[in-house]
Design a protein around this ligand. Structure first.
Ligand code: NAD
Length: 473
């Protein structure tokens, strides 16, 4: 799925970059440097399968940009992985970090396996060997390159990575910062698991609260009662669906690998998840209708379509049949340049991946900072804030002679836990990024779409940091 009819994924990213570069005043040479992938590591290593056979594994790590250290980006396990895809994803990471003001260069890793075809023990051996290869080549470390979860990987794989790294680098005090998305018990941060889906929600909620944008689309303001279709019920898709549902939107269809289901009254993602776990399929969910093909879900009438699986799923062929008013790119690269052109012509608003799914990397940044500071967020201020708030409340009650109701009292007194601070830092980052990009777009009517505005924002920020470094010999 890494190529469409005209462009590879990396070429699509380059094409979007070039389209946006015209709206900047940056020197051509510097633009070329920003666009180029700085280092590409390609690996082949053997593992012994459970049945005793030896298999050669193909894997990659790409550091797209060294303008800031460390590089940052997920590791993907998928049998679609190839060098072009990893390069494209690493580039998107550079731009994503710049937009949400996370001081990292972009990176990405990929192992060409379908994790469903391997036992847990085999996956552990592959992940540990991959990490050892990265250590050998100096491609991992808290100040060098910091991987994270992506498609097909999660906190389990990150725990194997940090353990392997720590065993190979004894005594490195900041070693826990060599990877993010770890379990909390291994140095992870509370709020990382849901971060990407929650970030997508915050970004789209901000768009839905913009009167000019909603008027253009003929939609009422706000998230409440909006209808949604979500493709992919993995980490990102599941949490997107959850936060939209909890905020009054209706998830009318969910699509997975094996098929798609529809219910005009709304689906509960947790119930569907449990049904899939029990039966092995999303299909035949009580009260829902099965759709003939899983891609049919992409073409349903709805307010917001959220592709949260893989790239190139909406392309020149099916884009004209998409009926959603807003596309929220939770996955990386789900819409091809041809799809973008179609959306632009038909006035569909595509909210681009390169910032919309930045919640994961934003909270990864918080996790990395936690690892370097060796202290849990909230530890220093929680008790102090609670004591202070209790004091203020009792002063108010004494002065007014009235008592604050118990629910309100608990809310006001509450000192911040780690998860509160992480969610609030994420909310702030996503709202600010959405407003910055919209402001660039609205200030220049020649900019054709929101993706181009996001690239303009990213290119300007990366160019500025190159300028600040005075980097060229
Ligand atoms: P995941 O592996 O947890 O989930 C992906 C889901 O998509 C799986 O359940 C899979 O079965 C499903 N899927 C695959 N092909 C499908 C198809 N054709 N139709 C419908 N469903 C399909 O992965 P994830 O972490 O949720 O990542 C999803 C996307 O979000 C990827 O593009 C990834 O790069 C991007 N992303 C993830 C993060 C993160 O923090 N995990 C951060 C930024 C971007």
């Amino acid at each position: 799925m890494s190529t469409n009819q005209h462009y590879s994924f990396f070429q699509s990213v380059e094409r979007s970059f070039d389209k946006a570069a015209k709206f900047t005043n940056i020197n051509h040479g510097l633009l070329e440097q920003i666009k180029a992938c700085n280092s590409v590591l390609q690996m082949r290593f053997p593992i012994k399968r459970d049945d005793g056979t030896i298999e050669v594994i193909e894997a990659y790590r790409v550091q797209h940009s060294h303008h800031k250290a460390p590089c940052k980006g997920g590791i993907r396990f998928s049998d679609e992985v190839n060098q072009d895809e990893v390069m494209a994803l690493a580039s998107l990471m550079t731009y994503k970090c710049a937009i949400v003001n996370v001081p990292f260069g972009g990176g990405k890793g990929g192992i060409k396996i379908n994790p469903r075809n391997y036992s847990e023990y085999e996956l552990e051996k592959i992940t540990r060997r991959y990490t050892a290869e990265l250590v050998k080549k100096n491609f991992i470390g808290p100040g060098i390159d910091v991987p994270a979860p992506d498609y097909g990987t999660g906190s389990r794989e990150m725990a194997w990575i940090v353990d392997t790294y720590q065993s190979l680098k004894p005594g490195e005090i900041d070693a826990a910062g060599c990877v993010t998305g770890k379990p909390v018990s291994q140095g992870g941060v509370r709020g990382r698991t849901e971060a990407t889906g929650l970030g997508v929600f915050f970004g789209l909620r901000e768009v839905c609260n913009m009167p000019r944008q909603m008027a253009k689309l003929g939609l009422p303001l706000g998230v409440k009662d909006k209808t949604l279709v979500v493709q992919g019920l993995g980490n990102v898709g599941y949490h997107c669906a959850k936060f939209f549902r909890e905020n009054g939107a209706k998830v009318i269809a969910l699509a997975e690998y094996e098929g798609a289901i529809y219910n005009a009254d709304g689906l509960n993602e947790e119930e569907v998840f449990q049904h899939r776990k029990a039966t092995g399929s999303i299909l035949n969910f009580p009260g829902a209708t099965n759709l003939a093909k899983n891609t049919d879900a992409l073409e349903l009438e709805c307010d917001i379509l959220i592709p949260a699986a893989l790239e190139n799923v909406i392309n020149g062929e099916n884009a004209p049949r998409v009926k959603a008013k807003i596309i929220g790119e939770a996955a990386n690269g789900p819409c091809t340049p041809e799809a973008d052109e179609d959306f632009q012509k038909r006035g569909i608003l595509c909210v681009p991946d390169m910032y919309l799914n930045a919640g994961g990397v934003t909270v990864s940044y918080f996790e990395w900072l936690k690892n370097l500071s060796h202290v849990r967020y909230g530890r220093m201020e929680k008790r102090f804030t609670e004591n202070l708030n209790t004091h203020i409340l009792s002063q108010i009650e004494t002065l007014t002679g009235k008592t604050v109701e118990a629910g309100e009292r608990a809310f006001i007194m509450h000192g911040p836990e780690e998860v509160d601070l992480v969610h609030s830092g994420l909310e702030e980052s996503m709202i600010t990024a959405t407003r910055e990009i919209m402001a660039i777009w609205e200030a220049n009517p020649a900019i054709p779409d929101m993706r181009t505005a996001a690239y303009v924002n990213a290119i300007n920020k990366v160019a500025t940091s190159y300028g600040e470094l005075g980097i060229f010999p």
